[in-house]
Design a protein around this ligand. Structure first.
Ligand SMILES: [Zn+2]
Length: 109
């Protein structure tokens, strides 16, 4: 599928989506109703994502996906990759577990 612009070493097709913080995050290309990451394409065709919560439920046009951090056996390597947007001081938890929980999902390991 043309929308998957990257294949991870683990063989999973990925979509790199822009988070609300402006970072790029890998999301499994396969839609998954169990996922908490809502994806949509902006007017320029770039993938955007946000976390679906009870107070911010999915809206029409959004598809649910799972963060690749949750399923990838090489997720530790992503953790070592610096995010595109670096913030000084107390920022979000950049560890794998922190990022997974920030995405609303339990880390697998
Ligand atoms: Zn992977």
């Amino acid at each position: 599928m043309e929308e998957a612009d990257k294949v991870c070493r683990c063989g999973q097709r990925l979509i790199r989506a822009v988070t609300e913080d402006g970072n790029l995050t890998p999301v499994n290309a396969e839609p998954n109703e169990e996922g908490r990451v809502a994806l949509w394409q902006d007017a320029l065709g770039a993938w955007q994502c946000r976390i679906v919560t009870q107070s911010r439920p999915r809206v029409r046009g959004e598809r649910l996906h799972v963060s690749h951090f949750v399923t990838c056996p090489f997720a530790d390597e992503y953790r070592k990759t610096k995010p595109k947007t670096v913030r000084r001081g107390a920022g979000p938890d950049r560890t794998y577990a922190g990022r997974a929980s920030a995405l609303g999902q339990e880390p697998l390991f």
